[in-house]
Design a protein around this ligand. Structure first.
Ligand SMILES: Nc1nc2c(ncn2[C@@H]2O[C@H](COP(=O)(O)OP(=O)(O)OP(=O)(O)O)[C@@H](O)[C@H]2O)c(=O)[nH]1
Length: 586
């Protein structure tokens, strides 16, 4: 049995008091003690000072009792506000015992509807009347499935109003950042349709919900009368955020293409977190939340591992990504260690998640932009390369096409030439000669020139064939063709093979006398040419019919040929190997 613990004196000058330093606590394992029992135990050593002055005990069963006598020395401040600066405690029972022995009882926590709170504020709070100079005993019973954290602060109404203004501003700033990032990235996602942005949105939205819940805003604004959601929203939203962040990392780091094993690990985690989220609907809060809280560390550790692996593999966007998650890891680790009572309560531990996550969300948004810029630049390079390749290909194809067209043109010229030539002798054929003759007889072009037509037939050629064979006959035809062609060329004329053993010559600017002379020259040349073929020595003769077309004379090609043929017929008839002129001399 020890003496009663000293009272906390609310001396003039201070308008807020942390209760932790003087607070004594007792862990009522079976949660079955009555307030009377607790009041009497509080006078004994059963109630102990907070370990290290820290009001955080981690996840616990049973009930916790906290005791502190208070003596208000401020005459003008008889009314105070007690605030439990942790939003998730389930049941809070406050007992105030006054010197006259009467006990006042108030209830709070998120298992009591939000509207019962004295001040409409995210943290449970109680109005306390502390008459000046009076010792009032404060006894608080806390029972909760969430982490046992009891940071109690006593405020004058004015001090609370000022604090509220500051914290509301800070939280407004935080949710403002989250909301701005959400809207900004939503617009980017709608425009770019890059799945990374979608998963970033999901992660940010779910994560915002986690903090909204943890800070007590969920209970204040979203489910003020639902004790179940006040508990279940924490693990469910954490699981959603975990799934979102795994999917985001998977997409951002391009694991599917760059690290298939890591991709599978990510998907497995998403499945596990999903299953945990579904299980949280039925599992008690005290079971689900510690598991899910540990999963947060696991999830982040995995993302950091994946980022490091991708960085080592030379994937540059992983740098900013790694930095972003490191911020979040530090903040979340601080907060989680606070929940497990390993770290003491401070601004940095209590707001670790907010600070870390705000930095993380900002950096991730930056990283997304950075990655998008990288992808866009890579795309531009690809398009440029493709264009250059296309251009080069086009130039090559055009060059090939030009070459082919030129070759085709040449082939066409050759083909046209072939179509004008006799294949055996190489001389022009009858078709070409006819065209040339038609052109030559067109009076519009040749009005002041006479022209001569020589039609030549080899004498008794059948005998050559019969006697020596066709091959020898062919050689004879070639030889005669050559001779006629040579003469035609010297006279600027045109020679052609007209039929089997018939040849024809068109001599421009030639009158009858000159034509007969030339015909005689041709005849003699043939007669004098000795042909050697297949061991045979052959000498031939030819008969020639001549027709001369006078200046300004209109005559059709067939008619001119007919007249030359008549003359030839006469040459044959006159004994062959001679020249005859047509009867109609121009
Ligand atoms: N080797 C060869 N013979 C040809 C060719 N074209 C026509 N002949 C021959 O030329 C001969 C022409 O004979 P014919 O029309 O009877 O006249 P010919 O024997 O020359 O007697 P004449 O004209 O009356 O002096 C035929 O035997 C044809 O087979 C050819 O390309 N090569």
């Amino acid at each position: 049995m020890a003496s009663a613990p000293p009272a906390l004196r609310l001396d003039a000058g201070d308008n807020s008091f942390q209760l932790s330093p003087g607070l004594r606590y007792w862990h009522d394992q079976h949660a079955n003690a009555s307030p009377e029992q607790a009041f009497s135990q509080a006078q004994t050593d059963v109630f102990a000072p907070l370990p290290g002055g820290n009001p955080a005990f981690g996840f616990q069963t049973g009930a916790y009792w906290f005791y502190l006598p208070i003596e208000n020395m401020q005459r003008d401040e008889p009314r105070w506000l007690l605030v439990q600066e942790y939003a998730l405690s389930d049941h809070l029972d406050l007992y105030l015992r006054y010197p006259d022995g009467h006990v006042e009882h108030q209830q709070g926590g998120d298992h009591v509807p939000f509207y019962n709170r004295f001040v409409r504020f995210r943290h449970p709070n109680f109005r306390i009347d502390l008459p000046a100079g009076t010792r009032v005993e404060l006894l608080l019973r806390v029972q909760s499935e969430s982490s046992m954290q009891v940071p109690l602060v006593l405020f004058t109404p004015q001090a609370f109003a000022e604090l509220m203004r500051d914290t509301q501003f800070a939280n407004g700033l935080y949710y403002g950042i989250v909301l701005a990032l959400l809207c900004y990235n939503l617009v980017l996602w709608l425009m770019l349709r890059d799945s990374s942005y979608f998963w970033y949105l999901l992660h940010t939205l779910a994560f915002g919900l986690v903090l909204f819940t943890l800070n007590g805003y969920g209970f204040e604004y979203l489910w003020p009368t639902s004790a179940w959601l006040a508990d279940a929203a924490v693990p469910i939203s954490i699981c959603l955020a975990l799934m979102g962040m795994q999917m985001f990392s998977r997409s951002f780091l391009d694991l599917q293409a760059r690290w298939p094993a890591g991709n599978i690990a990510c998907l497995v985690m998403v499945g596990v977190f999903g299953a945990m989220g579904v299980a949280s609907i039925w599992l008690p809060y005290s079971t689900a939340t510690p598991i899910v809280s540990r999963a947060v560390l696991l999830g982040i550790a995995w993302i950091i591992t994946a980022s490091v692996v991708m960085l080592l593999r030379g994937y540059k966007p992983a740098r900013l990504f790694l930095l972003a998650w490191s911020m979040f890891l530090i903040g979340t680790t601080a907060f989680t260690l606070l929940a497990f009572a390993i770290l003491p309560q401070s601004f940095w531990t209590q707001y670790g998640v907010q600070i870390g996550s705000a930095l993380e969300l900002l950096l991730l948004s930056l990283a997304l932009g950075h990655r998008y810029a990288g992808l866009r630049n890579a795309n531009i390079r690809l398009v440029q390369d493709a264009n250059e390749r296309l251009e080069r290909g086009l130039i090559d194809r055009t060059r090939e096409l030009r070459t082919t067209l030129a070759q085709l043109g040449e082939a066409n010229v050759k083909l046209q030439e072939f179509s004008r030539r006799d294949p055996l002798t190489g001389a022009y054929n009858r078709r070409h000669f006819h065209e040339a003759l038609t052109k030559a007889l067109d009076t519009s072009g040749n009005k002041h020139k006479s022209q001569a037509l020589l039609l030549l037939d080899i004498d008794h050629f059948k005998r050559i064939n019969d006697q020596y064979g066709h091959l020898v006959g062919d050689d004879c035809l070639k030889s005669i063709s050559r001779s006629i062609n040579e003469i035609a060329q010297t006279l600027n004329g045109l020679a052609a093979r007209y039929g089997g053993e018939e040849f024809v010559l068109l001599l421009p600017g030639t009158d009858a006398r000159m034509a007969l002379q030339t015909a005689e020259t041709v005849r003699l040349r043939i007669q004098q040419t000795i042909i050697h073929s297949h061991g045979h020595v052959i000498q031939l003769s030819a008969s020639i019919g001549v027709h001369t077309i006078g200046v300004q004379q209109d005559i059709l090609p067939d008619e001119a040929i007919r007249l030359a043929d008549e003359a030839l017929y006469r040459a044959k008839h006159d004994g062959r190997n001679c020249v005859r002129h047509s009867i109609s001399v121009a």
